[in-house]
Design a binder for this molecule. Structure first.
Ligand code: GBH
Length: 453
């Protein structure tokens, strides 16, 4: 950096600024124009699963209001928009006959973004499994899902690959597998045994790997990665012994997913811990799972604090004190340094070539004041400090290339329904109007200045 223009809070000139969403959380149009049901459509029908029994039938009605949404994305000044495709909108049965209208919708969206100079970043799968695949072979509990996903990825690559170059295969394995098939909090809402849970993890890794290969084969100039939410280990203080402990912890607590993808195998400790419940691994699986990726997306929200310990593994996770500060949801504890340590450990452990924050944001108790404004100073505080942590990572040479704020607008927050507002835009769920929050103005200014403000 030119010292005369150096500012400690500045981002590099080619830094990618973006916002993120996911299909089920914003689209609505649940059965419009031939879309098939996803497991989330079905799950929302079961009373008691979602707060207030909310559903994704309408959500933000992005399916019909996408043009207005492209306009607000443009108004933010971001150069990139990360969104996911609804698999069952394009393949109502998950495989077999395509639904042309589903492809048409994403054509309109992608062409609309490109016309405004916004680069599409596509996530192939953000949790909305075609329900037909759940009903036919048990979804992610079966290895068959990996081949279906590969076929789907091939179709996506062939159809959109002339215009879309940046891809994430999957989003957050843990919420597909553990929360869906073991904890039962997310679709399909099952409480399987541990062996099945571990097998769904393995099947998901395999689907990712086959997805990478399918995209590589159909879009030669694609940049491919996955979006994961690694447990964000943060050393309790920046001293060599605690940093070393947190690095070890990062590798082991993320063993089931990220470590497995990036090392091409499960760490010994994982297989030991799971014992007889370890997944069935077939020959060649890990060659597929560890297919080279160009970039990694990290979804970062909440920390796990680590200190060095005199035990077999050399670290311990510290519990959160009762009054530890949180944002407006029980699980989101404030710790901006997650971005710095995430980038550092991903580089140090696995030399990941390019890193993107694919999600970072928080829910706030947003409301309109008498002037019709949403003064979300708490979200601005959250963003400011996380961005500063990002600039620290960049200034120390870690390969952080972009930042996607979660989320463009308030939306369907899974089991919390519409009760957690993560947006830069406030959504009035009666009228579906989008209203710019103060944090949107803040983010626009940050992007313009290309530094933390
Ligand atoms: C991401 O998940 C998702 O990719 C995105 O769709 C979502 O809207 C966003 O973050 C905000 O949540 O109740 O204590 O059991 C982040 C992972 C999964 C973290 C669910 C919180 C519930 C924790 N989230 N989890 S708890």
């Amino acid at each position: 950096m030119n010292p005369s223009s150096y500012h400690p809070d500045a981002f590099p000139a080619n830094f990618t600024w973006g916002v993120s969403t996911a299909a089920f959380q914003i689209e609505g149009g649940a059965s419009a124009d031939g879309k098939g049901p996803s497991t989330w459509d079905t799950f929302c029908q079961e009373p008691g699963r979602i707060q207030n029994d909310a559903t994704g039938k309408v959500a933000c009605d992005h399916y019909h209001r996408y043009q207005e949404d492209i306009d607000i994305i443009q108004n933010l000044g971001v150069g990139a928009y990360r969104f996911s495709l609804s698999w069952s909108r394009m393949f109502p049965e998950g495989r077999g006959a395509p639904n042309q209208a589903g492809f048409d919708f994403y054509d309109r969206l992608i062409d609309g973004l490109l016309a405004k100079g916004i680069t599409p970043w596509v996530t192939l799968f953000h949790w909305d499994t075609p329900d037909a695949l759940q009903k036919t072979f048990g979804g992610w509990a079966s290895r068959e899902i990996a081949d279906c996903f590969a076929d789907y990825a091939t179709a996506v690559g062939k159809h959109f690959g002339d215009r879309v170059k940046n891809f994430f295969t999957t989003n957050e394995f843990n919420n597909i597998t553990d929360r869906g098939y073991y904890l039962g909090q997310f679709a399909p809402g099952l409480n399987c045994d541990i062996a099945t849970r571990n097998q769904t993890r393995h099947n998901a890794l395999l689907a990712h790997g086959k997805g990478v290969q399918a995209l590589r084969a159909t879009v030669p100039d694609a940049r491919i990665g996955l979006a994961e939410d690694p447990v964000s280990c943060v050393p309790i203080m920046d001293t060599p012994e605690h940093v070393e402990a947190a690095r070890k912890a990062y590798r082991l607590v993320n063993a089931r997913f990220l470590t497995a993808v990036l090392e091409g195998g499960y760490p010994e400790e994982y297989l030991e811990d799971e014992g007889a419940n370890a997944p069935e691994i077939r020959e060649g699986d890990f060659d597929i799972i560890s297919s080279p990726i160009d970039l990694l997306g990290i979804n970062a929200y909440t920390p796990t604090h680590i200190r060095a310990a005199d035990n077999e593994r050399g670290f311990e996770q510290l519990p959160k004190p009762a009054a530890y500060p949180r944002m407006d949801i029980d699980w989101l504890y404030l710790e901006p340094d997650i971005l710095y340590w995430g980038c550092r450990f991903l580089k140090e452990l696995w030399n990941v070539p390019e890193l993107y924050v694919s999600e970072n944001g928080c829910p706030c108790a947003d409301s309109l004041n008498a002037q019709g404004e949403v003064l979300d100073t708490d979200r601005i505080m959250y963003l400011r400090h996380h961005l500063r942590s990002a600039t620290r990572a960049i200034s120390e040479g870690y390969p952080l290339k972009g930042y996607f704020q979660w989320s463009l607008m308030d939306n369907f927050e899974w089991a919390n329904g519409y009760n957690a507002r993560f947006g830069l835009y406030y959504v009035n769920y009666e009228t579906l109007e989008r209203i710019e929050k103060l944090s949107a103005k803040y983010y626009r200014q940050v992007i313009q200045a290309n530094r933390v403000l």
